[in-house]
Design a protein. Structure first.
Length: 70
C-alpha cells in the first residue's frame, strides 16, 4: 500500500484554515472593542462556529477516502 499525499496535504490545509479563522476572529473582536466579558463570549462563539462554517467533515472524508461529496 503506497502512502497517500492527501493526509499531509489535508493536515496542512486544516491548520491553515484554523489560522485564518483565528486571525479573522481576533480582527473582528478587536475592531468591535467590546468589554472583556463580551469579547470572551465572542471568542467562544467563534471557536464553536468554525466547526459549522468550514467544511471539516468533507475535508476529513477526502483525506481518508479520496472523495469530496457524500
Amino acid at each position: 500500500m503506497t502512502p497517500s499525499w492527501r493526509k499531509p496535504a489535508g493536515m496542512f490545509l486544516i491548520l491553515a484554515l484554523i489560522g485564518l479563522w483565528a486571525f479573522a476572529a481576533v480582527t473582528i473582536v478587536e475592531a468591535l472593542s467590546p468589554p472583556e466579558w463580551i469579547a470572551m463570549a465572542l471568542y467562544v462563539v467563534a471557536g464553536f462556529a468554525w466547526l459549522w462554517a468550514l467544511p471539516m467533515k468533507r475535508l476529513l472524508r477526502w483525506m481518508e477516502l479520496g472523495v469530496w461529496k457524500d
